[in-house]
Design a protein. Structure first.
Length: 360
């Protein structure tokens, strides 16, 4: 019987357990997107995870649209990530970083008033805080040309190279939650009629181009990818989501990646993002490789998932914010602390590095 405390081999590394930390944007990297000592300490505290997947990190200035989120496109940012990698490795942890381009959700306030870019000129429904104010509404993006798409693919590869040079163990490509890759994948935001739009394989092409380029740059065994097939964040949707995402899982199998990570709460979890069209089992069927599941898991449902083979390991988000030693707490059957959502994206140490481990 497989348990959450069994080790697992992932991308040539042996993870000490199957309790994985989800990518969690915390907005502590400052205006220049440089992880500092506080960020290094936050991740060091969580090194007991089988794998830390560090927060969404921009591959270019154009793709960064979240206040004080980190980047990996300048030397300073790379040095900041080196501090994080060193701290986690000193505590015997393993750490990947999630790479994103936010596409149509980048407000012009972040990019000198320029129009954001996407698959097509389709505005997403949403607001985010920008340097110029709270709740700034998204604007209509412009569609990238084919040669511009190639440049964005190269940005992912370059950021991945920097991640490895900083000493991180690998990268997770952010193909979920309505950001640029997802904007290409789903047909509510992709209305192109060239090689990057129309058929499912064409809509998946940007994702597979990125996966291919990043794998060539750093080795497929250091590359994971995250998808969220039924998440309708920012109003994004796909009219044939079940075919789109099972095909995605099938195509991703060809690359020999470290893992495929699916964010989709189970219908019975009662999670706000749960959908009745639960697709994770069908994607699991279509994917040959390590499969990570996420969304509303607790210890019991996580144990059940690995035991039944629904996933090879379980990814925990909010639980890791408030319980830095989550695997140890699971082991001891200790009570879990609740995360305070008012400090998710606030500044400084409060609600960030002040959740302490249980006394040993
Ligand atoms: C504060 C916060 C920040 C998040 N940031 C990211 C992120 O950077 N990248 C991402 O893919 N998902 C992000 N998510 C989603 C989580 O990774 C995870 O999918 C979600 O919390 C559901 O898992 P859970 O029920 O175990 O918390 C974020 C969620 C929260 C609460």
């Amino acid at each position: 019987m497989t348990t959450l405390f069994d080790s697992i081999s992932l991308g040539g590394k042996t993870l000490k357990n199957r309790v994985i930390m989800a990518p969690l944007t915390r907005g502590r990297a400052g205006a220049e997107g440089v992880p500092n000592e506080l960020v290094a300490e936050y991740y060091r505290q969580r090194a007991g995870a089988g794998l830390i997947i560090a927060e969404a990190t921009a591959v270019s200035a154009e793709g960064r649209g979240w206040m004080n989120s980190p980047g990996l496109y300048t030397d300073e940012q790379q040095l900041g990530w080196k501090k994080v990698a060193d701290a986690v490795h000193a505590a015997e942890g393993t750490i990947f970083v999630q790479l994103w381009h936010m596409g149509a959700t980048v407000h012009p306030d972040f990019i000198g008033g320029e129009q954001p870019v996407s698959a097509s000129a389709v505005a997403l429904a949403g607001q985010l805080t920008t340097p110029l104010g709270r709740d700034r509404t998204f604007v209509a993006p412009r569609a990238l040309s084919v040669s511009e798409i190639s440049e964005r693919v190269r940005d992912f590869a370059r950021a991945a190279r920097r991640a490895i040079e900083a000493g991180l163990d690998g990268v997770e490509i952010h193909g979920a939650n309505g950001f640029l890759i997802d904007q290409f994948t789903r047909d509510s935001t992709n209305q192109r009629d060239d090689l990057y739009g129309g058929s499912i394989d064409n809509r998946l092409r940007f994702m597979t181009d990125v996966v291919e380029a990043v794998s060539r740059e750093i080795g497929a065994d250091k590359v994971g990818i995250r998808l969220s097939p039924t998440n309708s964040v920012w109003g994004i949707s796909d009219s044939e989501y079940s075919h789109t995402f099972t095909r995605a899982a099938e195509k991703l199998s060809e690359f020999g990646l470290a893992y495929l990570h699916v964010l989709e709460p189970r219908p019975e979890s009662g999670h706000a993002m749960a959908s009745e069209h639960y697709l994770t089992p069908a994607m699991r069927e279509c994917y040959s490789g390590v499969f990570l599941v996420n969304g509303g898991y607790d210890q019991a449902s996580g144990e059940y998932a690995v035991n039944q083979g629904a996933g090879d390991a379980v990814v925990y988000g909010q639980a890791f914010i408030a319980n830095p030693d989550l695997p140890e707490r699971f082991k001891r059957g200790a009570v879990l602390a609740e995360a305070d959502s008012s400090t998710f994206y606030s500044d400084g140490a409060e609600g960030y590095v002040d959740y302490l481990p249980i006394a040993s």
